[in-house]
Design a protein around this ligand. Structure first.
Ligand SMILES: [Zn+2]
Length: 267
């Protein structure tokens, strides 16, 4: 594959970057990424992955656009109210960059479909809003040997991390959080709110991490958890370690496949 004159122009500002160049752009155009969720995180992730020229992008979301989404889910517009989010996202991204092949999944990620869908992508980006789905992404990516990029945001805070990006001895999501919290234990954005720009900040971190990994550039967030507090405007990373007793990646793992009972009923 070599870049067309239009592509050399379109991507000219990133072609100039250290670690990028035409070879990096060709790598991105040959890459495929599944983004699970098209909300506040997904809006930033999808816009930047598509704009950068990730060649094939899967867009997954079962929901339709609601009025209360528009304050943060900037992929969707007032004219999209009532439409499937995957359709409004696809239209927006197609208009942004015709180089990108877009595949839509108007369904939730479930134990029954996770392995098949995730297997056909090089990497997965977490833009979901619940713990059960996140644990499912973690476990399926581990079993498939796929990297995944985590992010979550609530109220004025957010966090991000990268998993299975090839660094030996780096932890998985279960090493850090062991099991999903009980329903109701952690509040949702419908209860405590969220600022759209805070979700966009975390989604942008995830997009950067994913693009760096696809290029093989820089140092990622494996073994580190990024913690963002918008009210005090602090961004820090803390070291996170592998748990030898982890049920998935520990010394005596108990999870060898995606069994429905390991994920909350709401998936
Ligand atoms: Zn683990």
């Amino acid at each position: 594959m070599s870049l067309s004159p239009e592509q050399l122009e379109r991507y000219s500002r990133q072609l100039l970057l250290d670690g990028f160049g035409a070879a990096g752009q060709e790598k991105l155009l040959r890459s495929s990424v599944l983004v699970v969720g098209t909300g506040g995180l997904g809006s930033a992730i999808l816009n930047y992955l598509a704009a950068a020229g990730v060649g094939r992008i899967g867009i997954m979301d079962a929901d339709r656009v609601e009025q209360s989404n528009l304050q943060r889910q900037v992929l969707h517009t007032t004219g999209d109210l009532g439409r499937l989010k995957v359709e409004s996202a696809r239209d927006r991204l197609r208009a942004l960059n015709p180089d990108v092949v877009l595949e839509t999944f108007a369904e939730r990620l479930r134990p029954s479909n996770a392995m098949t869908i995730l297997a056909s992508y090089d990497a997965v980006v977490d833009a979901c809003d619940n713990f059960a789905t996140r644990f499912l992404i973690n476990d399926a990516c581990f079993l498939l040997g796929r990297p995944w990029f985590h992010g979550s945001a609530l109220a004025w805070q957010g966090q991000a991390a990268s998993f299975f990006t090839g660094e030996p001895e780096s932890p998985c999501y279960r090493c850090i959080f062991s099991a999903p919290p009980a329903p109701g234990e952690v509040p949702t954005s419908a209860q405590v709110g969220i600022l759209g720009a805070v979700a966009a900040f975390i989604g942008t971190v995830e997009a950067v991490e994913c693009i760096k990994h696809l290029l093989g550039a820089g140092k990622g967030l494996a073994g580190r958890l990024l913690i963002y507090d918008a009210l005090t405007m602090s961004v820090r990373t803390i070291a996170v370690r592998r748990n030898p007793a982890c049920l998935l990646c520990g010394r005596s793992p108990a999870i060898h496949s995606i069994a429905k009972e390991n994920y909350a009923a709401d998936t």
